[in-house]
Design a protein around this ligand. Structure first.
Ligand code: NAD
Length: 504
């Protein structure tokens, strides 16, 4: 099961580590205090990148640059068409460097190289899509308020946006935020997770080449507890766009309230795939396997719960187990590998402790359950059965290749189980009956419900969560509006009737 081919990656790993600086006001600079940070590949334990590490003073500088660029610079005042042209050039610049970016993504994150490449291409598409929206942002008007009134609603860019991103899809998630905020005319300070900063840092040169004015985008590498906190509650920041864990997200919302900002939060999930007894069997088995092992389960949208009809449960689970055994786990630089390394040692510990917790609660580990011995941080594809809704493994986000299986008697019970966690990011319904699919989809509390498919996405379709999975939506036609304020122009035409009427 565990694919290892050291010769294929030895050549790549012999390259010198990537070196990144801070991108502030259109320039590459070192940290004011000279601090630096190193990243070792989770798959090979080799030094793959070193960075200037921003401190509070650097964060203040980046915010000041974004503020200046918003208040005085050309970007918010340019034509939508002009902003669109720059965004298109960024998209093309990403595609021109896609192999380079994908390689660094794999080295830092541990995901298979082919999947990194698909992620970078998908991200470029988001920049192209945002370019189309830059020309379409518009307000509203009311010509129905009487002869002497005209109402016009303008859409203004909200201002400076702090963007904080996680380590699981670093380049894609930055691209779910940045081009849309830029399309609206905002400026930004972007902080990737410290363990996977490289691809976002690479964006700096692409932005420069595309003609992005200085200060519009600033990129900081550094610790969440240090610079993240500055970005979250700084007076000169107008909006926080955060993707990460629900736990940190809640703290960030509380902190941001000190200076009362608009927040957009993309947080965790415990996403169910509901398998009815009339499902397309082969597709549902495949999606169950893909849904949990893609990105080693380190996916906010991971299909970490299978809810399967009791009449087919034993046979279905047996097939999912058999297919899981065929999944190729190993060195992400080796072609054909489907599941790479766990990205951080902390995450590795978290996943193992969830498996241990499930064991203690009386669930059955019917496949995997352990770390794979040898170089790099890998966990076996793991399937847990006998799970009941009260167990932690049924409720908490594991963020690893660990599938929990629960069973149901009828549609009502399936929906009750689907809606029984505090999350509400996504779900899937598998049935060949149209009514079953649509009835279930309408009753599930989640921002995305896939019907007879899983984990597909398009720039046109909004993405985000109910409940503790988040606040607001990314992507889709309305995504640019998230980064705006409305301003009402209430206009009186002709002579106004005075309030004060003098007595004679
Ligand atoms: P995390 O919450 O630990 O970190 C996310 C980001 O927040 C990082 O950049 C981190 O440096 C920063 N941060 C940490 N402490 C901070 C603080 N006190 N103030 C400000 N910023 C701080 O998340 P992670 O471990 O990097 O990513 C995994 C989590 O992200 C999972 O829960 C996953 O579900 C979630 N996620 C959600 C989506 C979505 O769109 N809903 C997408 C991807 C990941």
């Amino acid at each position: 099961m565990n694919v290892k081919n050291k010769t294929a990656s030895a050549e790549i790993l012999s390259h010198p580590p990537f070196q990144g600086k801070l991108f502030i006001n259109g320039e590459w600079v070192n940290a004011e205090d000279g601090a630096s940070l190193e990243r070792y590949s989770p798959a090979h334990n080799k030094l793959v990148a070193t960075y200037a590490q921003a401190g509070v003073a650097d964060a203040e500088k980046a915010i000041a640059a974004a503020r200046q660029a918003f208040d005085k610079g050309p970007w918010p005042r340019m034509l939508g068409a002009e902003r669109a042209e720059v965004l298109r050039k960024v998209a093309d610049g990403i595609l021109a460097k896609k192999h380079e970016i994908a390689l660094l993504e794999t080295l830092e994150n541990g995901k298979p190289l082919e999947q990194s490449l698909a992620e970078i291409e998908g991200a470029a598409d988001l920049w192209h899509y945002a370019a189309t929206l830059a020309r379409n942002l518009h307000g509203d008007s009311y010509n129905t308020l009487g002869q002497d009134t005209l109402g016009v609603v303008l859409r203004d860019p909200i201002g400076v946006v702090s963007m904080i991103t996680p380590w699981n899809f670093p380049f894609l998630i930055a691209s779910q935020k940045l081009p849309f905020a830029l399309a609206a005319g905002c400026t930004a300070v972007v902080k990737p997770a410290e363990v996977t900063s490289g691809t976002t840092v690479m964006l700096g040169d692409i932005l420069l080449d595309a003609g992005m004015p200085a200060g519009v985008v600033n990129i900081l590498v550094g610790r969440g507890r240090v610079i993240g906190e500055v970005m979250v509650n700084h007076q000169d920041v107008d909006m926080l766009s955060f993707t990460g864990s629900t736990e940190v997200g809640k703290k960030a919302v509380a902190k941001s309230a000190e200076t009362l900002k608009k927040v957009s939060m993309e947080l965790g999930g415990k996403n169910p795939q509901i398998i009815f007894d009339d499902c397309d069997w082969d597709a549902a088995v495949d999606a169950s396997v893909f849904g949990i092992y893609f990105n080693a389960g380190q996916c906010c949208n991971s299909g970490s719960r299978i809810l399967v009809h009791e009449s087919i449960a034993d046979k279905f689970v047996a097939e999912v187990v058999e297919r899981s055994k065929q999944v190729k786990v190993g060195d992400p630089l080796v072609p054909g590998v489907q599941v790479g390394a766990i990205t951080t040692d902390k995450q590795l510990e978290t996943i193992l402790s969830h498996i241990e917790g499930a064991r203690k609660d009386g669930a059955n580990i019917v496949l995997g359950g352990s770390r794979i011995d040898g170089e790099g941080m890998y966990i076996e594809p793991t399937i847990v059965t006998g799970v009941t809704p009260d167990m932690d493994i049924a409720k908490e986000e594991v963020f690893g290749p660990v599938l929990s299986v629960l069973t149901f008697k009828d549609l009502d019970e399936a929906i009750e189980l689907a809606n029984s966690t505090l999350f509400g990011l996504s779900a899937a319904v598998w049935s060949q009956d149209f009514s079953t699919c649509i009835t279930a989809a309408r009753r599930i509390n989640a921002g995305t419900v896939w019907v007879n498919t899983f984990l597909e996405g398009h720039a046109e379709l909004p993405f985000g969560g109910y409940r503790e999975s988040g606040i607001g939506r990314e992507l889709g036609r309305a995504s640019v509006e998230e980064y705006t304020e409305t301003k009402t122009l209430h206009m009186h035409l002709g002579k106004r009737t005075n309030w004060y009427v003098p007595k004679d």
